[in-house]
Design a protein around this ligand. Structure first.
Ligand SMILES: [Zn+2]
Length: 196
């Protein structure tokens, strides 16, 4: 049934000139390695079919949700903001606090909207993904941007935010606004991921 979902995506994105790219290892993207991406310039949706089914299926759903945002004209012109966040965290460029705050807010809202869309896709296709866990991982991912803004670091090479000790403490709904981070959640990140 997952093959059917994959073919559906392939056909759907093809109507907008996008290609689906499947990898069997982590994908090199610049200096980092990722599990998937949507590139609206190259018109590619990529995912790495690694680890267990639920993991790569979750990545595919996430990227496909970004595709739907793209076709709905949501969060367009955001590439610059994604680049700003990326370049700043990797200490390649400096920006004013005002620019950083704006960029982080944009990226955070885009990812939150993407995750909410992903939940709809999971329901729509009846995918075998544990929604409660998906939501907690998604919440951790969105909150991670607050940690990254404060400490100028990401979760490191391994996706630490996926660790059960972190995401089991996250909210089990994405209905909140996520425009601030509760102190206790920041403390969890600081304790588990470290500070500089
Ligand atoms: Zn995303």
């Amino acid at each position: 049934m997952h093959e059917g979902f994959i073919r559906y995506i392939e056909d759907d994105i093809a109507q907008h000139g996008f290609k689906l790219k499947e990898y069997n290892s982590m994908i090199k993207l610049g200096r980092s390695k990722v599990n998937g991406y949507l590139d609206d310039t190259k018109k590619e949706l990529a995912f790495a079919r690694i680890d267990d089914v639920e993991s790569w299926l979750s990545v595919l759903v996430h990227e496909y949700s970004h595709f739907r945002q793209h076709t709905n004209g949501k969060f367009n012109n955001g590439n610059n903001y994604f680049d700003i966040v990326d370049q700043w965290i990797n200490k390649k460029k400096e920006y004013s606090d005002k620019t950083l705050d704006r960029a982080f807010r944009f990226v955070r809202n885009c990812e939150l909207d993407c995750e909410r869309g992903a939940l709809k896709i999971i329901d729509e296709f009846g995918l075998s993904i544990d929604k409660k866990l998906y939501i907690q991982k998604a919440a951790a991912y969105v909150y991670l941007y607050f940690y990254a803004r404060k400490h100028r670091r990401w979760h490191g090479k391994r996706a630490h935010y996926r660790y059960k000790t972190i995401y089991s403490l996250m909210p089990t709904t994405l209905r909140g606004r996520f425009n601030t981070i509760p102190d206790e959640i920041m403390e969890i990140f600081e304790k588990k991921l470290g500070v500089e």
